[in-house]
Design a protein. Structure first.
Length: 366
């Protein structure tokens, strides 16, 4: 099965989970659904070099990955300490050598050593100092190289810095109020009961419902691109960003750096934009890459990066099935970024693990 739970609502996912638990067939499943992966007895991780097998479910896999990560971070810490100690030892040795050379030169001048002998002794001292420098430089270079190799093996999320500007967000401010609203298609009301709800700044809300229950329509009502056909909506002025499943905020005709510039409303300098792209793992080699060739995870990372380049964070971020096209690593990156954002979050998702990790406070059921 290849991503069998993608695009399924919660009830359909439950049917899938029941089948996986009850079948006697051998199952090979490609999935980033962590609830599904917890139903399986073995996890195989594919990377650039090998397939690594973990003899347990997803929770066991994450525990083992954490043990590996802790060991790697400790190794990096030890190497950093060794590098600092080696540099201090080099400095102390060279200072001591210079003092000895200076003291020896003074004694030789007082004792009337000939110029030829003085030159010979000076050359010997210089050679000795040069050899000492070379030994320490080689040691420092070896430690630095190993440290760099270890750092390149860090998970991408450990290399990232997010940087949302939350300074203008006011928690508790009423942003949106809906009273008895409904919408109809072909003169048929979309919702059996009219909707009544309020959205305040800083809330984390999940929109839940089966496929076809009107979640996308409700998002459009919140954004103001549709008007209710009954009931009333009142809202304060706010800045909302909608990240749909097609990542429509991005222009596929633009390159990555050009796309970032489109969000540069505060006249950041070129090096500032490139620094922020680097924070979201877009290095110099990526800046001229077309947005059209980016994967789902790269597109999501670029949108989040662009939101930090904008002059201020949006009051509301609306996410429509944000984990559908992402691998687990990118899901973790999005989760961490979203948890740093302090504005209002509205999420349509059937990924229950993701909803738990982003600390949803209440749910609107359709």
């Amino acid at each position: 099965m290849d991503e069998p739970s993608n695009h399924l609502d919660i009830s359909s996912r439950q049917l899938l989970y029941n089948f996986i638990q009850s079948t006697k067939s051998t199952l090979i499943i490609v999935s980033h659904d962590r609830k599904l992966l917890n139903l399986l007895g073995k996890v195989c991780e594919l990377n650039k070099h090998e397939i690594k097998v973990y003899g347990g479910n997803y929770d066991f896999y994450t525990e083992q990955k954490q043990i590996e990560s802790n060991a790697l971070n400790q190794d990096i810490l030890n190497r950093e300490k060794a590098l600092q100690k080696a540099k201090e030892k080099e400095r102390e040795t060279l200072e001591r050598q210079q003092k000895l050379d200076s003291r020896g030169k003074g004694k030789q001048e007082k004792s009337g050593v000939s110029r030829i002998m003085m030159n010979t002794l000076r050359n010997n001292a210089e050679n000795s100092t040069s050899k000492t420098k070379s030994v320490h430089a080689e040691k420092i270079s070896g430690i630095s190289q190993k440290l760099q190799e270890l750092r390149t093996t860090l998970p991408d999320i450990d290399k990232m810095k997010f940087g949302f500007d939350n300074s203008s967000l006011h928690k508790g401010k009423i942003l949106f109020t809906a009273k008895d609203i409904n919408f109809s298609y072909n003169r048929q009301n979309l919702w059996k009961d009219n909707l009544n709800f309020q959205i305040t700044s800083g809330e984390r809300i999940a929109l839940k419902g089966q496929n076809g229950s009107g979640k996308t329509t409700l998002i459009k009502l919140i954004l103001g691109s549709l008007a209710p056909q009954s009931g009333t909506i009142s809202k304060t002025e706010n800045k909302a960003v909608y990240i749909d499943q097609d990542y429509s905020l991005l222009d596929n005709k633009l390159k990555i750096y050009e796309q970032a510039q489109q969000f540069n409303t505060s006249a950041l300098q070129e090096h500032d934009i490139k620094m922020r792209l680097n924070r979201y793992l877009f290095t110099k080699d990526d800046w001229d890459k077309s947005c059209s060739v980016l994967s789902g995870g790269e597109r999501m990372r670029l949108i989040l990066c662009c939101l930090t380049i904008n002059s201020q964070s949006p009051d509301i971020i609306i996410l429509d099935e944000p984990t559908n096209n992402l691998d687990i690593q990118n899901i973790e990156i999005v989760t961490t970024a979203i948890n740093e954002y302090k504005g209002t979050l509205i999420v349509v998702s059937h990924d229950e693990t993701f909803l738990e990790q982003i600390n949803i406070e209440h749910t609107i059921e359709l």
